[in-house]
Design a protein around this ligand. Structure first.
Ligand code: BEZ
Length: 217
């Protein structure tokens, strides 16, 4: 007998992000509440007033300027009540000596959890997994990162992925393993040499026929 492992599927990369309206610590929010042209980082967490989630939202809050510099708005999310969110936000701000400037959404009826496939019943029947979903300015899903309840996420890695996605969109390149801004990037294998020479003024290094690198200033 087939048993589904989650209440509905995680959205596929490139698909349109499911729409929602949800109450939050900043009033009702939708995916379109941010400024036009902005990116969204939707961060689900299992439960308020729990240690690992506290560290995660503390990290996200402390990196606020880094996310803002990349034009990314954060929406945090759990199934807890708005009153729980408000009390917990005070804890996070005290513990990490920071301000939580992004909304924390109260998905008590699990509408968002269901639309984004964030309750994985073999992990928990009633808490969301730790998902980080990056949504671009055209409201397309660009990253779905799912961590188990037992493992806190790396917010530095999320910044790195945002940098890589924005670099790929702007310059038509792809980024190699462990890439950080300033490192060499990879020219798409299907791009002819003549086009690469025009597009990338720093030229390129041919590592193999299918593998060319270049530097973007
Ligand atoms: C935590 O974030 O610390 C946590 C959340 C759910 C269950 C156990 C721990």
């Amino acid at each position: 007998m087939f048993t589904s492992s989650q209440s509905s599927a995680l959205p596929g990369l490139g698909s349109a992000a499911p729409e929602f309206t949800c109450e939050s610590t900043h009033g009702d929010v939708t995916l379109r509440s941010g400024p036009p042209g902005s990116w969204t980082l939707l961060l689900s967490h299992p439960a308020d007033h729990t240690p690992v989630c506290t560290t995660e939202l503390g990290s996200a809050a402390r990196l606020h300027d880094e996310f803002a510099a990349r034009n990314v708005g954060i929406l945090a999310l759990s199934v807890d009540s708005l009153m729980d969110h408000v009390k917990w936000q005070t804890d996070i701000e005290e513990i990490y000596d920071t301000r939580v400037t992004f909304p924390i959404l109260s998905d008590v009826d699990r509408r968002i959890a269901t639309r984004f496939g964030l309750i994985h019943r073999f992990e928990s029947q009633d808490m969301m997994v730790r998902a980080a979903i990056i949504i671009d300015p055209e409201f397309r899903i660009r990253l779905v990162q799912v961590y188990p309840i037992s493992v806190g996420r790396s917010f530095e890695e999320l910044l790195r992925v945002i940098d890589a996605l924005q670099m790929a969109d702007k310059h038509g390149i792809v980024t190699p393993a462990d890439w950080y801004p300033g490192d060499k990037v990879v020219i798409r294998p299907e791009m002819p040499d003549a086009e690469a020479e025009k597009r990338y003024p720093n030229g390129f290094t041919r590592v193999r026929d299918y593998f060319r690198t270049t530097k973007i200033d």
